[in-house]
Design a protein. Structure first.
Lengths: 186, 186
DNA sequence: CGCCGCATGTAAGAGGTTACATGATTCG
DNA sequence: CGAATCATGTAACCTCTTACATGCGGCG
């Protein structure tokens, strides 16, 4: 059987369904919650991808009537073929990430920027880094406080420490950049 | 006059042309050279975008005969309207970047990974970080050694220090992650 | 009354990649 | 001889976003 090409979105979905059956809406919530610091998905992409995975028999559906007047839910479960596809994905190395940092592009072209604009951007960036750092520190604390952590807590901790170390460094860089840019405006 | 929506690729092009006239090929070389640690572009996107910018009168073309049997070049220059569009871009805040880190997705779903795969990925990642760091250190040294640096060297230094601090942190994280994952495989 | 949360979806289009085609020269 | 460099471009395709549509119930 030829291995059907599966894109990163489909794998994120497949990975979450491997844990437990979920609806498209649930998947979005999960991504916004636990995966937010390194991943994102939109509804407009999740729903079509769920249909595609179903056509490829990597997942199956079950309609569940909504409780208390809530709309009907479609709960998806991963199939045996889906688990095989997930394993196959891990086996080939990840696609090299191609960077695209708009803030750095602006800085690089800073000569053409009207006064004040770069400082505004760098500060907004720094604020985002600080905010993200704070949120992750809370997650870190919650993970550490768990008396009997699940087997995969190690993996979650690794993604969290990636985030905290990254954001800490970038928050510091932002402050340095802010100082440098202020010196220029004199 | 309604501001024509311009995408990040068009702005990278516009920004480079603001410095001096260039061909599509030159632009690609420049991106691969000085912008590589925070930006990328493909030929298949640069050429159509040059045509679009030209239709919008933000840049103009001049055909230059190739020297020594080389093919003809199309050298593009930024127009006055192009410079205005560039300024307008700086004036509105950058689009919030949405993260997508495939390595972290794999780690998060690490429970489903066949043994060895995650360690392989983390090591490859660390090697990339070390490589990028080394290359940027050279750039840093060259910038520092310049006896009379251009006015915008400050901006370049900021993008470079972003890179060095980032890669240093991520290289360290990779080694930590490697140790953690090795402990798991016992 | 209007908005929010729940829940699913579609259509249009933007943005971008990949693979290919062309053709001359230079280099090993 | 084959490969790489220079140089431009197109066509097919994939991925993903945005905006919209629908509909019920609870809350302020």
């Amino acid at each position: 059987v030829a291995t059907t090409r599966v894109n990163p979105t489909e794998f994120a979905i497949l990975g979450l369904l491997a844990e437990s059956p979920r609806s498209g809406y649930d998947i979005k919530l999960e991504v916004e919650g636990r995966l937010k610091h390194f991943w994102h998905e939109s509804f407009g992409h999740i729903y079509p991808m769920l249909q595609r995975l179903q056509r490829r028999r990597l997942i199956s559906v079950r309609a569940v009537a909504g409780t208390r007047g809530r709309p009907e839910r479609k709960v998806y479960s991963i199939t045996a073929a889906g688990r095989r596809a997930l394993t196959a994905w891990f086996s080939e190395p990840p696609a090299a990430s191609r960077p695209r940092n708009e803030l750095l592009l602006r800085l690089f072209l800073g000569k053409y920027a009207p006064p004040g604009m770069l400082i505004r951007d760098v500060r907004a960036y720094g604020a985002m880094m600080h905010g993200a750092l704070e949120r992750l520190r809370e997650v870190e604390a919650r993970l550490a406080a768990d008396p009997n952590p699940p087997r995969d807590a190690v993996f979650w901790r690794l993604t969290v420490s990636f985030g905290t170390q990254l954001y800490e460094t970038l928050a510091e860089w932002s402050e340095m950049a802010d100082r440098e840019l202020r010196r220029l405006e004199d």
